[in-house]
Write a protein that binds this ligand. Structure first.
Ligand code: HPA
Ligand SMILES: [Zn+2]
Length: 338
């Protein structure tokens, strides 16, 4: 099974580039930028990666990213993630970044975007990894701040495929951002939002009906809402689920609680992703592997999850067909026909 997962062509649709900041890179960027850290070394920092909930993770996530200051820092961060994608046969990525968390430190939008973009372009050229970039608003901040960010993004509009919504979910419902999502839609952005991670199923309904998103990030709370499950299945609205994230942030107490089999059985377009792999203990292969072991997924189930990733992504139909064929060929090599 590990070889089946490792060689499987994969698509990643829920990944925060700042969440790929490994302790080794934190320390080397801190040194390069003359920043003193409150941790003695890499292992002391890694030891702090124990979380009780989303907020306890976000506290350390926003702290860690303070070493990101220059265009080169954003390039190095993104390149290091893409090298991992190449090693794990991840063929297409749609990645989030959190501009407000950097603007606060006087890092210019241009510097983030050009650094990230240069790495994405190089990975396309060198390894054939395709990508989209998603500008994500921080939901603990105001809608006015999100509007400011959208305005600052205007000169770089062509670098972005969509906007998203992340950070502290509780008490920050999607409806708080209805106007800025409407404005983003009018500018041609595609729309996604985190919903139903720690928040209730009601936030998933809001993300769909108030924000008009086409994909839900996490969305695991949908399992307790039968009418919502029926809608997700009927409209094939994708969920970008992140198994190791849900376990580390105690959304579930054990991996076996993750209702992936139920989503698949119900006909929901559920996908597997890594979220913030430097903090949650694993990249794409580790997420597939941990899930497979916990709920005894078959090879056919895993193929289905990978195909859902292709269906849910923003490549054009011809590009999707190439990946779909590769996944099916991979299955046949291991004797699996869908
Ligand atoms: O999983 C997440 N949820 C909300 N906000 C985030 N910001 C980075 N990762 C996450
Ligand atoms: Zn996330």
């Amino acid at each position: 099974m590990p070889d089946f997962i490792a060689d499987l062509p994969k698509v990643e649709l829920h990944l925060h580039i700042e969440g790929t900041l490994e302790p080794e890179l934190v320390f080397s960027l801190a040194k390069r930028n003359g920043i003193t850290l409150n941790y003695l070394d890499e292992s002391a920092l890694r030891a702090a990666y124990e979380f009780d909930d989303l907020q306890s993770f976000l506290n350390i996530y926003y702290l860690g990213m303070q070493v990101l200051l220059t265009e080169q820092d954003f390039y190095d961060l993104t390149w290091s993630y893409l090298s991992r994608c190449h090693a794990e046969n991840v063929r297409h990525v749609e990645i989030f970044f959190d501009p407000q968390a950097h603007l606060e430190r006087k890092v210019a939008m241009k510097c983030m975007v050009l650094g990230i973009h240069r790495a994405l372009e190089q990975a396309q050229k060198q390894w054939g990894i395709s990508s989209c970039l998603i500008l994500s608003f921080l939901r603990h901040l105001s809608e006015a701040s999100a509007f400011d960010t959208l305005r600052l993004a205007e000169p770089f509009r062509h670098y972005f495929s969509g906007v998203g919504l992340d950070s502290a979910e509780k008490d920050n419902p999607p409806s708080k951002f209805s106007r800025v999502f409407k404005a983003a839609k009018e500018q041609g952005y595609r729309l996604v939002a985190h919903a139903g991670e720690e928040g209730p199923a009601e936030y998933i309904w809001q993300a769909l009906d108030v924000l008009n998103v086409e994909r839900i990030d996490h969305g695991v709370a949908a399992i307790n809402d039968a009418p919502l499950m029926a809608r997700l299945a009927k409209e094939r609205i994708p969920l970008t689920v992140c198994p190791l994230s849900n376990l580390k942030l105690k959304v579930i107490q054990q991996m076996s609680e993750l209702p992936i089999a139920q989503f698949l059985d119900a006909g929901v377009c559920v996908t597997i992703n890594s979220d913030d792999p430097a903090y949650f203990g694993g990249y794409m292969n580790a997420n597939y592997q941990a899930l497979q072991e916990a709920i005894n997924l078959s090879k056919a189930d895993i193929l289905r999850l990978a195909l859902n990733g292709v269906e849910a992504c923003w490549l054009d139909e011809a590009e999707k067909m190439v990946l779909t064929t590769e996944i099916l060929v991979h299955g046949r090599r291991f004797g699996v026909e869908l």
